[in-house]
Design a protein around this ligand. Structure first.
Ligand SMILES: *[C@@H]1O[C@H](CO)[C@@H](O)[C@H](O)[C@H]1NC(C)=O
Ligand SMILES: *[C@@H]1O[C@H](CO)[C@@H](O)[C@H](O)[C@H]1NC(C)=O
Length: 335
């Protein structure tokens, strides 16, 4: 809510409180206005309001073998980062490549029927496309309001996640393409390396699609392409339950000089032409995948080892994403 809006709410409140329009029906409205005015006033307070103190125990009542006790806080961990200062600076809106400690809360979490999901429409999994020729990436999405992003160089991870009136995360997605050895590669990738990266600026169209043109195409080779779905301030989308399908999509495709898949296995064709592509582009791994991995691991953690796994993996996911900061200077699009 903007200041002017809250100011006018206060004015209305004063008028109502004066008794000019006092009537029973106004009571509920009055209380709601008061609640909003209080909440608004708290946004500039530097102390923790009792109404928002989180009450979570260490999760070991009763103890579960193999499960780590969570740290308990009386104050929502508001001073958590004091423990690692000054060696670890506060997250400050910059993409701090050496790590940081973020005091910003996670914010609004959607309901489980509003978890974002997406599927690449083009290139599709298993496609073969002509090398070094423009192509369009198209992704169909649901349960997210795309096209909302803040300054990635000044406000990175600096706001809580927010939801729209439909209860969907407000944010944006990214497309990342990484060169891999072959379609059946088992080589663990390097998240600092990628062939193409683009933050998707647009909202989805009426069909739920967003598109990005890869104007230079990609060299002949084999590729993994993924999404990285994020809130407005770039943190990975957070959903309410540990066990869920991927919020991101991942597909594998081949780019070949002939523009056609080699008999049966596109991967073989890619392997032939792929050396140059791989050398130029490097092996990659995506924060999307890391983030996805964290989600998947969280699900596993819930089933087997408990919630602690979630924390560790989430931290890894964020680190991977921060690493992209180094690429920005090379004229890569916004992310
Ligand atoms: C847009 O998305 C729908 C499914 O949501 C799909 O059927 C359609 O082909 C997509 N359009 C393009 C251009 O990919
Ligand atoms: C991709 O390029 C085509 C042809 O130049 C253009 O019509 C289209 O708007 C572009 N799409 C995006 C998402 O930029």
């Amino acid at each position: 809510m903007k200041f002017s809006a809250s100011f006018s709410s206060l004015l209305t409140l004063a008028v109502l409180a004066s008794g000019a329009f006092a009537r029973p029906a106004a009571n509920a409205e009055l209380r709601e206005m008061q609640r909003r005015a209080n909440a608004q006033a708290l946004q500039s307070s530097t102390t923790l309001d009792p109404s928002v103190i989180q009450n979570v125990d260490d999760g070991q009542n009763p103890p579960t073998a193999g499960q780590t006790a969570a740290v308990v806080s009386q104050n929502n961990f508001i001073n958590f980062c004091a423990q690692t200062l000054p060696a670890t600076p506060l997250t400050n809106g910059l993409q701090l490549t050496t790590g940081s400690c973020n005091p910003t809360p996670i914010g609004l979490i959607p309901s489980s029927d509003k978890m974002p999901s997406g599927k690449f429409q083009n290139p599709k999994n298993g496609d073969t496309i002509p090398a070094n020729q423009a192509f369009t990436i198209t992704l169909a999405v649901k349960n997210i309001q795309l096209g909302d992003f803040t300054n990635a160089q000044q406000t990175y991870f600096a706001n809580p996640q927010t939801l729209n009136a439909q209860g969907e995360i407000i944010g944006h997605t990214h497309f990342v393409i990484e060169a891999i050895d072959s379609l059946d590669s088992t080589t663990v990738t390097d998240p600092t390396q990628f062939t193409f990266f683009k933050g998707v600026d647009d909202a989805q169209d009426a069909d739920g699609n967003v598109s990005v043109n890869v104007t230079a195409g990609v060299p002949a080779g084999t590729y993994r392409m993924g999404t990285i779905v994020a809130a407005s301030t770039h943190q990975p989308a957070i959903v309410p339950i540990a066990q869920h399908g991927l919020l991101d999509d991942v597909v594998y495709f081949t780019a070949s000089d002939s523009g056609a898949a080699a008999g049966g296995a596109g991967g073989n064709n890619a392997a032939a032409g792929g050396a140059a592509g791989n050398a130029g582009a490097g092996k990659g791994a995506a924060a999307a995948t890391t983030a996805a991995a964290s989600t998947a691991t969280a699900a596993k953690g819930q089933a087997g080892k408990g919630q602690q796994g979630k924390g560790g993996q989430a931290a890894k996911g964020q680190q991977g994403k921060g690493g992209f900061g180094g690429k920005f200077g090379k004229g890569r699009p916004r992310f």
